[in-house]
Design a protein around this ligand. Structure first.
Ligand code: TYD
Length: 144
């Protein structure tokens, strides 16, 4: 399936009360230039979001606080990745259907995206997604 796990660079303060710091550099740590960032917060356990795929957008997802399951579907198989540590990053290629399931209250989902927001590059209908990947249109194309 077209995704990769990555380890976000992390600096832990020697005194735990001072917290941790994780960071990512565009095109060095991830395979695309970042054109947009967003985050989802004020959340509750059992919340479900997503239910779409992208035609061009590459994304890095990470959860700096809490736990979120990312259910991925490439039209042939499904896999679930749990984002449960601030250092754990998930790179999604275009052409993956995703559902995000919040496992703990107040979990935060951060996303860095390769594209500006464009509603036309989303596929929000699952049957349309299946046709798209079965035609071979969902194969990962050049990024950037
Ligand atoms: P959506 O991508 O559907 O969120 P999720 O997959 O988490 O359910 O976006 C929710 C709404 O926010 C939708 O109306 C589009 C809008 N939106 C923007 O305007 N710009 C953005 O960069 C994003 C991610 C969403």
């Amino acid at each position: 399936m077209n995704y990769e796990l990555m380890h976000l660079n992390t600096v832990m303060a020697s005194d735990e009360r001072l917290g941790g710091l994780s960071f990512v550099e565009s095109e060095k740590d991830i395979p695309f230039p970042i054109r947009r960032i967003y985050c989802i917060y004020k959340t509750e356990a059992d919340m479900h979001r997503g239910f779409h795929s992208h035609k061009r957008n590459w994304q890095l997802l990470y959860c700096p606080y809490g736990k979120i399951d990312i259910v991925l579907d490439d039209g042939f198989t499904k896999e679930t990745v749990s984002l449960d540590k601030p250092q754990k990053g998930l790179i999604l290629h275009p052409g993956l259907w995703r559902e995000m399931i919040w496992k703990k209250d107040d979990s935060v989902l951060c996303v860095a995206a390769s594209e500006y927001y464009d509603a036309k590059e989303y596929i929000r209908d699952y049957d349309e997604f299946l046709k798209y990947v079965q035609k071979g249109d969902g194969r990962t194309s050049a990024k950037g």
